[in-house]
Design a protein around this ligand. Sequence first.
Ligand code: ADP
Ligand code: MG
Length: 274
Amino acid sequence: ATPTAVTCGTAIMTRLGIITRRSGVFEKLPKIQHVVFDKTGTLTLGSLSISDVELTADWSETAVLAHIAALESGSLHPIAKAFAAHFNGAITVSHRQSVVGNGLSGTIDGLEYRVGSQQFVNGTNDVEASTIVWFSQGHTLLAKITLNDEVRPETAQAVTQLKKMGCKISIASGDNSTEVAALGQRLGIDDVHKGLSPKDKLALIDKFQQQGQVAMFGDGINDAPVLAGANLSIAMGSGAAISKNSADIILLGDNLSRFADAVKVAKSTGRIIK
Ligand code: ADP
Ligand code: MG
């Protein structure tokens, strides 16, 4: 592309509310054939709330939530925010380790705790109806917490718009609940992949990229390596700085429709030039 075309493309994108630090992005946009969405924080708002706490040992709900909040403090995952209100500052965590797409472990008063997916916490992997976070001390399961999220208001329209332009759409989620498929059904997305580790997501993107040009959308927190592997990567605007740096495009105001608008403009501009 000539420098003029890049400047022009960048100007159009700025007007549409999407920003990029990379050149060539506006030229890549019309070539996209397949759009892959992460779920939590991307198709959904990622403002999760606790809807149920099932205690499985002799712990109070207050103690469970305070311990999880302590483990999750400092985590940028949308799940961490759901527990933030229960943080009391009295619990000290050491040896905190974060396993991307799985959860966290840490030591409190000399004991090891885990919070995260069922696979991460107890090694099994049942499909459940909603997003569940498991909490354990050593091999003892202490609680199962059900979380609720909301679909972004503009998601359905953005998906419809992209489909109209001939884009194939997929969901690639780390969540292992039936909610992933239910969300796909609600949005008219048939190709739904759940329970994926960041590595699995990357392998899926690679497979798709053998068929055509792929754009990957991530919340920008856990998806940095996946975003880096896609032909074109887009991070939601409120995501963490780390993947803002690795993404080709950042959507300002987290508005998915703006991407569809940009593809439309890029496609029509491309047609005029040809
Ligand atoms: P998605 O692809 O839907 O955005 P992620 O890959 O971010 O999901 O996470 C996959 C799963 O890993 C979550 O559903 C949750 O069970 C677990 N998980 C990831 N990060 C955390 C965390 N900080 N605390 C608790 N659980 C987590
Ligand atoms: Mg995510």
